[in-house]
Ligand binder design. Structure first.
Ligand code: CA
Length: 229
């Protein structure tokens, strides 16, 4: 469940926001002064902050800047004055959204949901596991662009890596040299299908135990190559 902190000194508004957000399934906490709000926003784990601009002790500008210095969570700033919103934007404090009072609570809920969804996608993409292809002792980490043969890392040039990966992703499929050249090299790049032969030779030297008897990339005479599984 997402946890939201509302920093707002007008209790009636804070309670109204809280009610609507709780109805949507959020866990909501309220702080009514700038200093206590700032402290909790930084020390505790919240998924989103709704931050009023005019607050006792420390104002929203300062709080926004301080939270942003240490956290990436979405911050929605709230103000009674349209001019203040323009000012916040101008300052580039790193707030994700701005909303002017009075606003409809359901609009606030919609914005909260949108920002949380966007933030979760962002976080999700950051911790995504690497995309890995593993075939009989060969491990290709597509995300890190690294290749391991029996757990030993081998260095591949960009095109060698692309060619090996393409073949390994399409096992048992025979590709002609022309097809491989078109797939891996830009159409306008200098070179010809002999480039493919040269690269296959280099890849084999790195992955094959015996290059004269390839176990992985087979030559199909008169046709092309295939990655054997
Ligand atoms: Ca206020």
């Amino acid at each position: 469940m997402s946890r939201i902190l509302i920093i707002e000194d007008e209790i009636a508004i804070a309670e109204l926001e809280k009610d609507y957000l709780e109805l949507s399934g959020f866990e909501v906490e309220i702080e009514t002064t700038g200093d206590t709000g700032e402290e909790r926003a930084i020390k505790e784990e919240f998924d989103l902050i709704i931050l009023d601009l005019m607050l006792p002790n420390v104002d929203g500008f300062e709080i926004c800047k301080k939270i942003r210095a240490v956290k990436n969570i979405p911050i929605i700033m709230v103000s009674a004055k349209k001019e203040d919103i323009d000012k916040i934007r101008g300052l580039g404090l790193g707030a994700d959204d701005y909303i002017t009072k009075p606003f409809s609570p359901s609009e606030l809920v919609a914005r909260v949901k949108a920002h949380l969804a966007r933030y979760e996608r962002l976080i999700g993409s950051g911790v995504k596991e690497n995309e890995i292809i593993e075939i009989r002792g060969i491990k290709i980490d597509k995300t890190a662009r690294r290749v391991y043969i029996n757990n030993e890392e081998k260095n591949f040039t960009t095109k060698e890596f692309d060619l090996l990966t393409f073949l390994a992703e399409n096992p048992n499929h025979v590709f002609t040299k022309e097809e491989l050249f078109q797939r891996i090299w830009d159409m306008d790049s200098i070179g010809d299908i002999a480039t493919v032969t040269v690269h296959i030779k280099k890849i084999r030297e790195k992955i094959e135990f015996n290059t004269s008897k390839p176990q992985y990339i087979e030559t199909i005479w008169g046709v092309g190559y295939r990655f054997k599984v």
